[in-house]
Structures are given as structure tokens and as C-alpha cells.
Design a protein around this ligand. Structure first.
Ligand code: AMP
Ligand code: MG
Length: 407
């Protein structure tokens, strides 16, 4: 139980609190098949157990020969003594003045150190004529030139995507240790909410945060294990929170965290657990609430759909990355504002923007016309959030701004 907690803190303070509170909730490791590891986070460093490529091989289709035999001027003749195709289990020995037909990926025959592409030679029966100008050693991929045996290839915390899965397979791994997916319970609150497919009565709206949170959780490497819609009634909310806390690593709720008559969640969190902060100097998403109920982390996101989305991107994503020990290695992107912005308030602001570069390679952020926190249109027609710092007021066209994510 807590009564004193930080409030109206800065975005940076909020992220610091989240990181320090979530670090002890690091997920344990589990082994999964590489084929099932997409979007998971690597739990251990991966070293190459063998060279990659495992053996010297040809980069092209052509003829493998000895570089020392290449002509300095004019033309030289080589005798074809055999062939070695990709998958060959043996290869002929290439001696002086000899060559072997070779295909891409085939092991370089002993004695050979060079591949001359077939387009550059003239072939007559078992004779191959090579003109001057070819370089010794070309078109050969050395063993271990991509990854040497024993070298560090993927660091713990890497987000596994297609290329990483290919690398793990190339290294011969069938399974990989990844962090367990955080289990999230979703609670959407609001007496005005109606399920999709149902007609709207007076003052009612369709519930849209649940499906969005499920998708955001999945995108962030977590798993929604339950989703429940609860009315703005303290008893019902208390039961939902306790039930969720018993089964999940984190709860993400929407709505009911502001100062309205029906906003019961801050008081309930204080009663059932601990509030780590309530309210951040941020637009949208000011009323965001963070705490813990027993061993379960709790994020109370405001209910306006854009506030829900933005506070998820900023706070819950940071929490999940910490729980997963993840480093996505985001480059800090900066862009220029294409329109001037007059910011009246003293909070940081995350503007929904369309990001595009011009022909000079300069990145421009164009703020969407629909910046209201209830305006999903601004979200679906934007591809970036741009951070305006607290102290910013008048931003001219061309002002340099930071593009989220920065966490
Ligand atoms: P609240 O944070 O509960 O004060 O809600 C703020 C605004 O978001 C209100 O206009 C609500 O109707 C709306 N809202 C709350 N929850 C949802 C939801 N799950 N889906 C769509 N709109 C919502
Ligand atoms: Mg509400």
C-alpha cells in the first residue's frame, strides 16, 4: 500500500522509474526451434561453432585453376581435368596448367585458388583459353570470411528477425535460447463501451483499445493472455485487477486513470499494491499510471485511443524491452519540422507525423492535422512520433526534432 508517490514527473524520470522497476522482472530463458523464434529476444550470446563459410568455395560459375598459371600477357591454355558442382563430396586435384569446371558454392578443388568466370573464357573440347587481365585469387570465398569459428555472432538481447534466423541456421543451430514472452493481461474500462458488432445506443462507442493493445503487445514480443472489459465500478475493477495480477507478468489497462468521477484505478492500485508514479508531463497521455500489484507490473493507460497507443509505445514498450533484456539498436533519428508548431503547454509532446526524406536526403516530419488524443485518423495516417521537449514553445519550419523511439 502506498499513499506517497511521484506525480507530474518528466518523461525521462518516468522512463528511469520504469527501467529500475522492471529490471528485476527479467524473463527467464527457454529454448525454441529457430523456425519459431521470429520476433523473440535472444537470451545468450551466440558464437560460431564452425567457420562460415565452412570451406573455401567458388563465388561464381566458371573454372577453378591456379592463380600462378594466369597469363601476364596474351592467352594461356588450361586442360579441364574434371568438374566440381555445389554438393560435390570430392574434387579433383588441380595441377599446373589444369582447371576444373566449378559452380557457385562448390568447394574449391585442392591446388586451385582462383575461379575465372565462364563468360571470360573460350572453351574448345577439354581446353579452356584464358586471356590476360584475370587476377589471382578472385571469385573465391575464403573459409570463415563471414564468421570465424569461435567468434561472437549474435549478442544476448538481439531481436530475432529473418536475417538473424538465417544466420542461426547457417551456423547449424536447430534451437535457440530466447527470453520467455511476458504474459500480459488487458483490462479495458468504460461504461460507454460496446463490443464491435453491436449497435450503438445513446452515448455509446465501440471498444477499440483491446484489439490495439493485443497487437501492440504482440509486436513488442509479449503475449496477451487475457482481455476483459470491465465497467467503471470499483468492485468489478478490483476483482479484475486481482484476477489479472494472479496470472500475468504485467497488466495493461485502458481508461479510468484521470481525475473524473468514474476514474477508480489510481485509488485501487494504491489499495491493492503500490503506485510508482501517476501522471507524466506528456501530451498525449498525461494521466498514465504505473505500479505493481504483488509480483505483477501494472500500467494504467488513459482511454483516449491515441493516448493509449502513445503511452504504450513510450512506457510499456520500454518496460517490455527491459523485461526481455532487449537491445534493438535503434539509431537516434532527427528530422526537420516541415510546419511551424506553436506549443502552448509546458509538457513534452509526441506529435503524430508523416516522415519522408526529400531529394537532398533531408528527413522532414510533417505533423498530422488531427492531433486530438481521440483522433485515430492522426495515428493511422502517420508513420512516426516526433518528440517536442517540455521547454519548446515556438518551433519554426526547419527546427530539428527527435523521432521516437529513443528508449
Ligand atoms: P478515460 O481515460 O476513461 O477518461 O477515457 C477517455 C476517452 O477515451 C473517453 O472519450 C472514452 O470514451 C475513450 N475510451 C476509453 N476506453 C476506450 C476504449 N477501450 N475504446 C475506445 N475509446 C475508449
Ligand atoms: Mg473511462
Amino acid at each position: 500500500m502506498s499513499t506517497e508517490h511521484p506525480t507530474r514527473i518528466s518523461l525521462e524520470q518516468a522512463l528511469d522509474i520504469i527501467i529500475s522497476r522492471c529490471a528485476p522482472h527479467r524473463m527467464t530463458a527457454e529454448n525454441v526451434a529457430v523456425a519459431d523464434a521470429q520476433n523473440r529476444v535472444l537470451a545468450e550470446d551466440i558464437h560460431a561453432t564452425h567457420d562460415l563459410p565452412p570451406f573455401a568455395n567458388s563465388a561464381m560459375d566458371g573454372f577453378a585453376l591456379r592463380g600462378a598459371d594466369l597469363p601476364g600477357a596474351g592467352e594461356s591454355t588450361f586442360r579441364v581435368i574434371g568438374e566440381v558442382f555445389a554438393g560435390a563430396t570430392s574434387a579433383p586435384n588441380v595441377g599446373q596448367g589444369e582447371c576444373a569446371r566449378i559452380t557457385t558454392g562448390a568447394p574449391l578443388p585442392p591446388g586451385a585458388d582462383t575461379v575465372v568466370i565462364k563468360e571470360n573464357v573460350r572453351v574448345e573440347n577439354d581446353r579452356v583459353f584464358v586471356r590476360a587481365g584475370e587476377k589471382a585469387g578472385i571469385n573465391v570465398r575464403a573459409a570463415g570470411e563471414d564468421c570465424a569459428a569461435g567468434s561472437l555472432v549474435l549478442r544476448a538481447g538481439t531481436h530475432l528477425q529473418a536475417a538473424q534466423l538465417a544466420m542461426l541456421s547457417a551456423l547449424g543451430r536447430a534451437s535457440v535460447p530466447v527470453r520467455r514472452k511476458p504474459r500480459a493481461a488487458i483490462i479495458v474500462t468504460g461504461d460507454e463501451l460496446v463490443d464491435v458488432g453491436q449497435p450503438l445506443g445513446f452515448g455509446q462507442i465501440h471498444e477499440s483499445n483491446g484489439v490495439m493493445l493485443t497487437a501492440l503487445l504482440q509486436e513488442s514480443g509479449a503475449k496477451a493472455v487475457s482481455e476483459i472489459r470491465v465497467r467503471d465500478e470499483p468492485q468489478a475493477l478490483r476483482a479484475a485487477l486481482l484476477d489479472a495480477a494472479a496470472q500475468a507478468d504485467l497488466i495493461v489497462s485502458s481508461g479510468g486513470v484521470s481525475a473524473g468521477e468514474a476514474d477508480h484505478l489510481p485509488a485501487l492500485l494504491g489499495e491493492l499494491g503500490e503506485i510508482h508514479f501517476h501522471k507524466v508531463r506528456l501530451k498525449p497521455g498525461m494521466p498514465v499510471l504505473f505500479g505493481e500489484i504483488g509480483a505483477c507490473l501494472y500500467f494504467g493507460l488513459p482511454g483516449n485511443p491515441v493516448s493509449t497507443a502513445v503511452t504504450f509505445q513510450v512506457f510499456v514498450r520500454c518496460a517490455l524491452a527491459t523485461m526481455l533484456g532487449e537491445h534493438r539498436g535503434h539509431a537516434v533519428l532527427r528530422a526537420k519540422l516541415s510546419d511551424s508548431v506553436h506549443k502552448k503547454h509546458a509538457r513534452a509532446e509526441l506529435l503524430r507525423c508523416a516522415l519522408a526524406s526529400d531529394s537532398e536526403g533531408v528527413l522532414w516530419a510533417t505533423p498530422h492535422s488531427h492531433q486530438g488524443s481521440h483522433m485515430l485518423r492522426g495515428l493511422i495516417e502517420s508513420n512516426a512520433l516526433v518528440l517536442l521537449p517540455e521547454e519548446a514553445r515556438e518551433l519554426e519550419r526547419g527546427a530539428v526534432v527527435t523521432v521516437w523511439p529513443a528508449c
